[in-house]
Ligand binder design. Structure first.
Ligand SMILES: Cc1cc2nc3c(=O)[nH]c(=O)nc-3n(C[C@H](O)[C@H](O)[C@H](O)COP(=O)(O)OP(=O)(O)OC[C@H]3O[C@@H](n4cnc5c(N)ncnc54)[C@H](O)[C@@H]3O)c2cc1C
Length: 422
């Protein structure tokens, strides 16, 4: 088999990398290998429309089956790469990968887009039937079928995926409890005011939210889960449990190759790993903060996977990197549509625009007076205004941002440093 580029992981980042290589005019062979049996598909609907039964599995596919043949991308599904070696000499980047079934895939260039896997809860009873995780299409199909038959659902983890699934389950009339170990929801990403908004909004819809609540174990009968036991000795009856307590980046191949890993495969702003012969993109990576360049962040989002894979494709071909776009993200929890632009990491001040309990409001994040990000709930106008500001290097002054009477887009102003240098 010809060498060319081997992309390990056939999902959002891996497919984008292949597509971008072709868009850049790369005519070398491309092999896209994925452990899952399904051709690359979108994950976000798995905890939203797909789980709710509003869309089917086939419609999640990114591309038609003929796309791969038409573009000369060899898609290998249902094969896990277990070993990768780089030849010490020879053509730069040349090496070979082996799948779990023993298939050998030689390559000239290697990219890892292996994503992340759900963090498992290691507590007594965690192997009982009825305890589910949600990362891939098969997980979602199982969860959807079980949800239909369940009546009492406990969601362990009050992050985006847990809350999205909780909203679907509650809308289907189920009894739903969310158990969160931290003292507020989505604490890693949003300000306390947004966490509190979600607690109240889900409670209004009939979801029970328990904060600072840790799972001690699961009880079952005949091998099936019947209850969740908390460390404070309370017991929550359950016939279905979704554990959504975050993910771990899949670094096993990177470690095998001796690449630097630190809660993810370490890459630079050009998606290069610590070995300049290997590139990586998507959920498996940690990268310099894409806006400030300070420190490293791991971003789990469609936008990042796409942007970083495009950068990787350009770097792999020795082309100038495409301009990085401002990070954005969304989470739809039933009728609560959150849109995030920018990254709020490191904020020292925030301004709330609107009344959270009206279920239409925004929070603008600042550091040293500089606009970093927005969380906009059912407020696409504010979201678009801030996304535009961040894209243009503009700002909205914190002192003005809270004024609901003035549309945010009319408050966009040049940043002080930009004014100073003008
Ligand atoms: C339920 C759910 C809802 C989400 N909702 C949103 C949302 O609303 N908005 C948003 O922006 N993001 C959302 N995300 C996150 C988004 O889907 C991810 O950020 C994105 O999928 C990352 O793409 P990736 O290609 O880096 O990794 P992944 O999508 O995880 O893909 C990695 C692939 O690599 C394969 N693989 C791993 N190791 C090997 C190996 N050794 N050999 C072969 N194949 C391998 C895996 O099987 C997997 O298919 C959601 C994710 C989930 C799970």
């Amino acid at each position: 088999m010809a060498g060319g580029t081997l992309i390990v992981g056939a999902s959002q980042a891996g497919l984008q990398l292949a597509v971008s290589l072709r868009q850049w005019g790369d005519t070398e062979p491309i092999t896209l290998v994925g452990e899952e049996v399904h051709p690359p598909y979108q994950r976000p609907p798995l905890s939203k429309a797909f789980l709710a039964g509003d869309t089917d599995a086939e419609s999640l596919a990114f591309r038609t089956p003929s796309y791969y043949a038409d573009t000369g991308i060899q898609l290998v599904n249902g094969e896990r790469i277990t070993e990768v070696t780089l030849s010490p000499s020879g053509r730069p980047g040349s090496g070979a990968a082996t799948t779990a079934t023993g298939r050998a895939l030689p390559f000239d260039r290697l990219a890892l887009t292996v994503g992340a896997a759900p963090r498992r809860l290691a507590v007594p009873g965690s192997d009982l039937d009825g305890i589910c995780y949600l990362r891939d299409r098969d997980d979602a199909a199982v969860l959807r079928a079980r949800l239909a038959a369940a009546s009492r659902i406990v969601v362990v983890g009050g992050g985006f995926i847990g809350l999205e699934a909780a909203a679907v389950a509650r809308a289907a009339g189920k009894d739903v409890t969310v158990v969160e170990a931290a003292d507020r929801l989505i604490s890693r990403v949003v300000a306390p005011v947004v966490s509190e908004f979600y607690r109240r909004a889900h409670a209004r819809r009939g979801v029970r939210v328990l904060l600072s609540a840790a799972v001690a174990g699961f009880d079952g009968t005949s091998g099936r889960v019947r209850a969740v036991r908390l460390t404070d000795a309370s017991v929550l009856p359950a016939d279905l449990v979704l554990v959504a307590v975050g993910v771990l980046p899949r670094t096993e191949l990177a470690e095998q190759l001796g690449l630097e890993c630190e809660q993810g495969i370490v890459v630079d702003g050009y998606a290069r790993t610590s070995n300049p012969r290997v590139w990586a993109a998507g959920d498996c990576t940690v990268q310099p903060h894409p806006v400030t360049g300070e420190g490293r962040v791991r971003l789990e989002s469609v936008q990042n996977a796409v942007a970083q894979a495009s950068v990787a494709a350009a770097a792999l071909l020795g082309r100038p990197a495409p301009t990085r776009t401002v990070p954005w993200f969304w989470s739809y929890q039933g009728d609560l549509k959150l849109q995030i632009a920018g990254l709020s990491t490191g904020y020292d001040e925030y301004v709330v625009r609107g009344e959270p309990d009206s279920e239409r409001f925004s929070v603008l994040y600042y550091r040293q007076g500089e606009l970093l990000a927005i969380d906009a709930v059912n407020n696409p106008g504010d979201y678009m205004a801030v996304r535009k500001a961040l894209t243009q290097g503009a700002t909205v002054r914190p002192g003005l941002a809270g004024d609901l009477g003035t549309p945010l887009k009319s408050l966009l102003a040049a940043r002080q440093d930009a004014v100073g240098s003008a």
